[in-house]
Design a protein around this ligand. Structure first.
Ligand code: NI
Length: 171
């Protein structure tokens, strides 16, 4: 398995809208394996293909404590959002050291395929619901910090740019 490099904000390629997967083939299962490997290695609970600069509608998620419950979502779509919302903190492997509260539907109903092309429909609540919404946003070129006020986003962007400059000086 290969560790895939993760795009970091403010890389504009994070804003590309991903295309639907059409071919369920060996190349796809291999990519899913590499994405899962990359997510576990980075201690993330979710990773969208957009984040590894592959603009296809592919998501891997594992919200279990034991890190042994991989969920693969190909062409995922949310068909129902609950009116009940929850404000909770999020972070992202593509946004360095940033944790902010985002309001999201507590429950969703989702349709997706697995990596072998088998369709599934399921409900998700709480953290899993939040994570799926966050990852589908990635496929649509959207980051969780896009929900924040422009002032707050600017502050985050300035801090990350400063940190990047420091990093470039020391390396
Ligand atoms: Ni993310």
């Amino acid at each position: 398995m290969i560790l895939l490099p993760i795009l970091k904000y403010p890389n504009e390629r994070l804003n590309i809208v991903a295309d639907r997967v059409i071919n369920f083939n060996e190349q796809l299962t291999k990519l899913v394996e590499d994405m899962a490997h990359t997510m576990y290695h980075s201690n993330g609970i979710g990773l969208a293909a957009t984040q590894v600069d592959i603009h296809k509608r592919i998501v891997v998620i594992d919200v279990s404590k034991e890190r042994n419950n991989l969920m693969v979502l190909i062409n995922p779509e949310i068909v129902t959002f609950s009116d009940t919302k929850e404000l909770s903190e999020e972070g992202c492997l593509s946004v360095f050291d940033t944790y902010e509260k985002v309001l999201r539907s507590y429950s969703i109903t989702c349709t997706a395929y697995d990596q072998y092309g088998v369709a599934k429909t399921f409900d998700a609540h709480g953290l899993l619901s939040r994570c799926i919404q966050h990852e589908i946003d990635h496929l649509n070129g959207r980051l969780f910090i896009d929900y924040l006020s422009s002032l707050k986003r600017e502050r985050i962007s300035n801090r990350i740019k400063k940190l990047n400059k420091l990093k470039n000086k020391t390396s």
